[in-house]
Design a protein around this ligand. Sequence first.
Ligand code: ADP
Ligand code: MG
Length: 569
Amino acid sequence: MKSADDLKRMLHDMDHRSYPSYKQTKGEYRFDGYILSIDHVQGDPFASPSRVSVRVDGARAGFPPEFRAGKHRRTALEDELARRFARAIKKNDRRGSGSGKSGLISSSRPGQEVLERTCCRIDPDSGEVVFRMEIGFPAFGRSINAGELIHMLFELLPEYVKSALTYHKDKHDSYMEVLNLADDRLAIRKALDERGLAAFVADGAILPRRSGVSDLPMEKAVPFRSPDSLKVTLSLPHAGEITGMGIKRGITLIVGGGYHGKSTLLQALEKGVYDHIKGDGREYVITESTAMKIRSEDGRCVHSEDISLFISNLPDGRDAGNFSTEDASGSTSQAANVIEAAECGAGTLLIDEDTCATNFMVRDELMQRVINKDKEPITPFIDRMRYIFDSFGISCVLAAGSSGAFFGVADTVIQMDSYVPYDITDRARSEYEKAGYRPPDDTEGQEPDFNRVISRCGIFGDGDRVKVRSHGRDGFSIDHEEVDVRYLEQLVDNEQTLALAQTVKLAVLDIIDGSTTFRGVLDRIEKRLETDGPEALCKRMPVCGYARPRRQEIAAALNRCRFLRIARK
Ligand code: ADP
Ligand code: MG
């Protein structure tokens, strides 16, 4: 292997030459304490920055073995190192010191959630740390500025590696805080399972966010406080005993006046499938990890989905048992979202009436009397909630302040009153009965037919030529075919969206074979991501910039690909 000095010499020699000479630097170099690998060199100063990684030997990185005991700890530590690296870079932003991306050093900038990312990986056995980044190789106009790159690679980067990617004994407690939190969160997830809970919201949690565009905790918010009747006490390995509201599996209704905090609670539950960093306010707000937000999404495409649980007698004679459309209505889109959630294994549906198709959810008695049943294709969700839980074990948490009809099917009714929850189950039920309401009859449905098969589509040619782009968090394109994921509200990071795009590409090129069912394809994708990590999504070489998406979002992305053919077996 070449030495760091070799690289320095090479760079000196190419100073002021034309930019493409930088290409010669591709390769690995031994630095003091780590290996620097220049994986890909940009073609000109304005192109995507060059790809660089460092490999810090386990002994040199020095993280004690117990730091990586268990995947949850490893992921938490990787996330922490990424944050430390991001902070180190920020202090030294050198952009603007030349043309194009000159002087840029960047990697992932994690937000409030702890995600498995390609930027930082720690080997479970050896403790080796691999860290991947992008570097804008500096230029004067279009010629090489070697001095600046030498400064970046020989002064700045070693400093970042030392401060962010190696163990510092004097900071032991701050690492332990991160790892202990990871242990505690895992303990809560296990407790959910053991106690038949869909979610846990700790007393004292801060649920609201600072603003619609900031994910930071709101200052001076009313801390969460569980009603006594729903209070559970959990014993965590590090934090000890904590109390909070346990949301039981089954049907839970969140009611309350407008602006009293219903949606805020539901949104906290949506994000509770992920782990949050210390200081977020939602550290101990944990939702079982397959929970899925369901909403209406008119305009989406649907591929051969059996939505007959909710829809029958479509006016154009179409078969709701094998329903396809390029442009779903509010109600059919929401029906498809529910069925697809069941198909991909969601254990809990999270629904906010603010984003529902009203006619999908409930129909009042007067309307039932005026519009004959055979003229109404929709069996409302309220009529099926019980069946969905009893038959498939899928729970539902529904925030709905507009219809008392839901009292008849709810196991638990929580009222939000000035941001504080109250258990009003008994009162709601007795009012319901006093008013002469009856729970819906005719609630039995038929198990949806999930036998769908994805076949390869014609548009993809040679794997390497398939162009993948993402548009922030909201969507991506593959070979110019757009996929809209903006209504997948549990996507929290652009890197997840980019990873989804690559997941679809991987599925199309490597996994979809025209005979495996939709569920089977999901299983195989997940297995690949489990064994190879999110790096499985990087075709030519592992690079930073991808965060592993959940099975639920992968399914949702595949379902929204208009170019795929998904049909009945
Ligand atoms: P609802 O869905 O019941 O109409 P929201 O959840 O949208 O109400 O909340 C209304 C407003 O109150 C939002 O601006 C939200 O940020 C704020 N809010 C929610 N929970 C709290 C809280 N615990 N403390 C302070 N403000 C809160
Ligand atoms: Mg609301």
